[in-house]
Design a protein around this ligand. Structure first.
Ligand SMILES: Cc1cc2nc3c(=O)[nH]c(=O)nc-3n(C[C@H](O)[C@H](O)[C@H](O)COP(=O)(O)OP(=O)(O)OC[C@H]3O[C@@H](n4cnc5c(N)ncnc54)[C@H](O)[C@@H]3O)c2cc1C
Length: 392
């Protein structure tokens, strides 16, 4: 009998969890194919430390070969360029085609510039290891060339902006003058006011300037122009103001919401395409885009695909929830919001370290997880994005 393909696009927090859970649920007759443009799984929550140079890129990448060793999951290292839900197949940049029985789209988010002139030319995002390393290189270059404090403007006072600004106050190579610019009246606009105030106080203590109620209108070579005309000079501009669903999704094909995430039903099937499921940043569920959301979505999708494989009609329904959040701002300090509980300071920072250990324990063996967590570096196997090789 020919095996039925379950193709999972993207091995981030959501896609990887779907693959690992499905492997436990499914037996013979099904083939799980995980496709990612990278040969490694990225732990985004520590990326800002790569940007500051505190961690090497080796600390945030876990090779898929390590995670999938001994598992009945076929890994394909390739960049997806087309999804054709009518023909039920996906295509890679090297024109390999994968037909599917069920598809899980877990391609995550891209940086959004909201059409603001100059963002893509002058801003550096923070979505990948390449971005983090570029920020680090840019700061090193400026510190050598300028010979005075380097002006860093962080566009966006959300989680990534706050974390990055706080972390960069520990930059070792030269003094930085950091300004965070936020369009809303306060930092972390989605969080309770108490959290925003605590974070603003902490950043002020670290010497970071915070400018709120100031949408960025334009970015030129070395100047940010705010609404109202105020200008801020910069040597490096970090753009953390927005994300949107992956640009790979064609709005003429798929139903997308305002943030370009896929419109789904309560089983996380894409509206109008019952064989296509989605998770994480790409699933429009009303829950904040976080690693926790991606993992919870993934559990629902894995259970639903397993039910379909067993010929059961009843599916697991999605419940909207509030994900726990930990926002670090500078070394040894963070603020955590878990339900209505708010923890601030060193304890929250320690909690963040343990979240990493807990996560590692869910993807690799306990011994390896503890070893890696303690040592802080993974063995990284790099590959070319479009090589299409398979690692079993
Ligand atoms: C700097 C930063 C810090 C963050 N900190 C936290 C935090 O502390 N806590 C928290 O809960 N969340 C955090 N987040 C958010 C969290 O990382 C995301 O919400 C989560 O990764 C979403 O999971 P996902 O599976 O939808 O997408 P991702 O984890 O982004 O995975 C998408 C995968 O798809 C692959 N891919 C994309 N396009 C293609 C293509 N065309 N072909 C093949 N493969 C492709 C990518 O390589 C990637 O592996 C942070 C995000 C960033 C950027």
């Amino acid at each position: 009998m020919k095996e039925k393909n379950i193709v999972i696009l993207g091995g981030g927090f959501g896609g990887l969890r779907v693959a690992l859970d499905l492997e436990k649920y499914l037996g013979k007759g099904y083939k799980i194919i995980l496709v990612d443009q990278n040969t490694f799984h990225l732990y985004t929550a520590s990326l800002y430390e790569v940007a500051s140079g505190e961690l090497s890129h080796r600390s945030v990448l876990i090779p898929f070969s390590k995670i999938l060793k001994g598992k009945e999951i076929e890994f394909v290292n390739a960049k997806i360029t087309r999804i054709d839900p009518e023909a039920k197949m996906v295509e890679t940049r090297s024109k390999d085609r994968f037909p599917y029985w069920k598809l899980v789209v877990a391609l995550g988010a891209d940086t959004e510039d909201f059409g603001i002139p100059g963002v893509s030319e002058h801003g550096i995002g923070l979505k990948s290891v390449t971005d983090a390393e570029e920020i680090h290189r840019e700061l090193l270059r400026c510190s050598v060339v300028r010979g005075r404090p380097i002006k860093v403007v962080v566009g966006g006072g959300g989680f990534t902006g706050v974390e990055t600004a706080g972390e960069l106050t520990g930059f070792k190579h030269c003094p930085l003058e950091i300004t965070v610019v936020e369009a809303a009246p306060r930092l972390l606009p989605g969080m309770p006011e108490r959290v925003s105030k605590a974070v603003a106080k902490r950043l002020n203590f670290l010497g970071v300037k915070v400018v709120t109620s100031s949408p960025i209108k334009k970015i030129a070579e070395q100047t940010v122009t705010l609404a109202g005309g105020r200008e801020l000079p910069f040597d490096a501009l970090l753009w953390t103001a927005g994300v949107r669903g992956s640009r790979l999704l064609d709005p003429k094909v798929f139903p997308l919401d305002k943030k370009k995430a896929l419109v789904v039903n309560r089983n996380l099937q894409v509206k109008g395409f019952p064989d296509v499921f989605t998770v994480g940043d790409l699933a429009s569920t009303g829950v904040a885009w976080t690693a926790t959301k991606a993992e919870i979505d993934a559990k629902v999708v894995a259970e639903n695909i397993a039910s379909l494989a067993r010929g059961r009609e009843k599916k697991k329904e999605y419940k909207v929830f509030e994900p726990p959040l930990i926002v670090p701002a500078g070394r040894g300090w963070a603020i955590a919001k878990i339900g209505s509980l708010i923890i601030e300071g060193r304890l929250a920072s320690i909690l963040k370290d343990f979240v990493l250990l807990y996560y590692l324990l869910t993807v690799i063996s306990p011994w390896e997880a503890v070893k890696i967590w303690w040592k802080g570096e993974y063995e990284v196997i790099m590959g070319t994005p479009s090589s299409g090789h398979r690692v079993r």
